[in-house]
Design a protein around this ligand. Structure first.
Ligand SMILES: *Cc1c(COP(=O)(O)O)cnc(C)c1O
Length: 477
């Protein structure tokens, strides 16, 4: 070990990965090699120098693999715009710059620059959220699940919350409405049936134990046929009559056509969004509290925003749980920068989720055609075919946008090529349609297309004995 550790190659590894980890990796690599040599009748390694080379190389591979972050940047070529498993909304350039600035320096997070006194962190983003949603007040929690939990804890613990049986839903990643209610200490009072619930059902269930009415947007499925759900206005009027709040879990954070200067939206995108309820409409229809995600259609950082009546927001702000679910300065920085884009009428041009949503069918055809040409120039045959992008991530259930897919036939199998794409230097996530690897550029920012083309070229070469897969096999792990 001492001899090995003194070699320049080992010194380089130690500088990069630390002495302890390098020693452990060299030990493991030499033990593995020793075992192989002892069990091999005709060993290929015949000199100490060759053995040293192999040990150093294997130790280097292991150290590099172990220190690589699991949170790898990937290219999302699935066409699912808000992909929950891939981190939902990518942030705008302005939001990224705001995070960078807020992370370098001290910031006036809980400090009033006017008076020099301690201030409240909850004022950040609030005035713009008020302006964009039409609500009196706003507060931001770590995500929608946290926002719902703190709102219900503050307003309904120990009392009943009335909800339609058709809205006792589960949203991706285990957000189950009954569980959130239970966690906040509220008692669930279900009314109506799975497919039909009327205002009268809610009215009949209201007693002096009732704390709130809850309306949840079924954001990841659609019910068809014989269905009925009260209009939000009617439910809000009922809540007002009994002096209890109507809390609406809107989910997606779609702020509405007015907020995005929608003229630039192609008709197909407009049609999809027209069926998504907007936060502004929920507020206008009289819901006293509206809760929504920051990182779905809003296109900002992960957070859960609560907007609504001042007195209710104040109660939530004072609740001890709010301290546990508050957001940090980086989230405020990114959220404020994202909201700024809306205020400037630039959301469709600057917020990535909305940019991807507003590419027309013709725009996608052109991009796919140009990309297929790039692949062809690199010697890879592909074909363009019609397909459908989904918006995903708990919004616009069942809706798709027309797109053009770039379809590639793998030399071996589509599964094998998809796997090579995932394991490349910049992992690419694609999908298989009719035995072809299909890439949807809708969810790929234009400046990532070169990296995508390079990844496709590498993954198309059938893996020879010295390809990336045999490298993996060399690794002891
Ligand atoms: C997505 C969604 C949630 C969960 O949001 P998170 O921010 O992931 O906690 C809750 N309710 C609805 C209606 C949703 O669409």
């Amino acid at each position: 070990m001492d001899v090995l550790l003194a070699l320049p190659g080992a010194r380089t590894l130690a500088t990069e990965y630390g002495d302890q980890a390098t020693l452990a990796a060299l030990r493991l690599a030499s033990q593995t090699l020793r075992t192989t040599l002892l069990s091999d009748a005709a060993p290929e390694v015949t000199t100490p120098a060759a053995a040293t080379d192999i040990i150093l190389s294997r130790a280097g591979h292991r150290l590099s693999a172990d220190s690589a972050s699991r949170l790898r940047r990937v290219i999302n070529a699935t066409g699912v715009i808000i992909h929950t498993n891939l981190g939902r909304a990518p942030l705008s350039a302005a939001a990224r710059a705001a995070i960078d600035e807020a992370s370098r320096d001290y910031v006036a997070l809980e400090y009033s620059l006017d008076t020099g006194d301690r201030g409240s962190r909850h004022v950040h983003a609030e005035r713009w959220l008020r302006e964009l949603t039409g609500a009196d007040a706003a507060i931001v929690a770590n995500n929608t699940a946290a926002a719902m939990t703190v709102a219900l804890s503050a307003l309904a613990a120990g009392r009943e919350v009335i909800i339609s049986r058709g809205e006792l839903v589960e949203i991706g990643g285990g957000f189950r409405v009954p569980d959130v209610l239970r966690a906040s200490g509220a008692l669930l009072r279900e009314v109506g049936t799975t497919n039909r619930t009327r205002v009268a059902d809610y009215a009949a269930a209201i007693t002096d134990r009732t704390a709130a009415l809850l309306r949840v947007h079924p954001s990841n499925f659609r019910m068809e046929g014989f269905t009925e759900r009260p209009e939000p206005q009617a439910l809000a009027a009922l809540a007002t009559r009994f002096e209890i709040p109507l809390i609406e879990d809107q989910g997606s954070g779609w702020l509405g056509f007015d907020a995005v200067a929608a003229d630039a939206l192609p008709t197909e995108s407009r049609a999809v969004l027209a069926r998504e309820p907007s936060v502004r409409d929920s507020v206008a229809s009289g819901a006293q509290l509206v809760v929504f995600s920051g990182d779905k259609l809003l296109g900002g950082p992960q957070c859960g925003v609560i907007v609504g009546r001042q007195a209710l927001i104040d109660e939530i702000r004072r609740h001890p749980l709010m301290r546990a679910v508050r957001v940090d300065k980086l989230t405020y920085a990114a959220l404020e920068a994202t909201l700024q884009a809306y205020r400037r009428g630039r959301a469709l041009a600057e917020v990535p989720v909305l940019m991807m949503l507003s590419i027309s069918a013709e725009g996608m055809r052109q991009r796919a055609g140009a990309f297929a040409k790039t692949l062809e120039d690199a010697g890879i045959a592909s074909a363009c075919r019609d397909g459908a992008s989904t918006i995903g991530g708990g919004s616009t259930p069942g809706e798709t946008l027309p797109t053009t897919l770039v379809a590639i036939r793998a030399a071996d199998s589509a599964d094998a090529m998809l796997s090579r794409l995932r394991q490349g230097d910049v992992p690419v996530i694609g999908r298989i349609v009719d035995d072809h690897v299909c890439l949807d550029l809708r969810s790929v920012p234009p400046d990532h297309e070169d990296a995508l083309a390079a990844a496709v070229v590498r993954a198309s070469a059938s893996p020879g004995p010295h390809g990336p897969l045999s490298m993996m096999a060399l690794d002891d792990g």
